[in-house]
Design a protein around this ligand. Structure first.
Ligand code: ZN
Length: 100
């Protein structure tokens, strides 16, 4: 999942379990650090900018958590709106029956 994570291609469910796992699994964290270094570090070398591995990895992880929370909130909002629409339809049907 690490390359997918670095490419931001994980869905909400996978992203959440990935982030939780990385927090608690040393060997995966190490693997992530290495792949992150290769992917982002080389890019930085080409840019000629300075690179602080642990800071950058930490902010990448923080961004991922923020993104995950945002996506979940959007899903909840979408769900809420759908429920509202269904309730309105039910209310309209009930009203038309009552007025019959
Ligand atoms: Zn692991």
């Amino acid at each position: 999942m690490i390359p997918d994570f670095l490419g931001d291609e994980l869905d909400n469910y996978s992203l959440e379990s990935f982030l939780n796992h990385i927090d608690s699994c040393k060997s995966c964290k190490e693997e992530l650090t290495i792949q992150f270094l290769i992917e982002t570090g080389i890019q930085r070398l080409e840019d000629g900018s300075t690179f602080n591995l642990s800071n950058e990895l930490q902010s990448t992880m923080n961004d991922a958590w923020t993104r995950l929370r945002l996506r979940k909130r959007l899903l909840k909002t979408a769900y809420f709106l759908q429920v509202m629409v269904v309730l309105e339809i039910i209310a309209a049907i009930a009203l038309s029956i009552a007025l019959r």
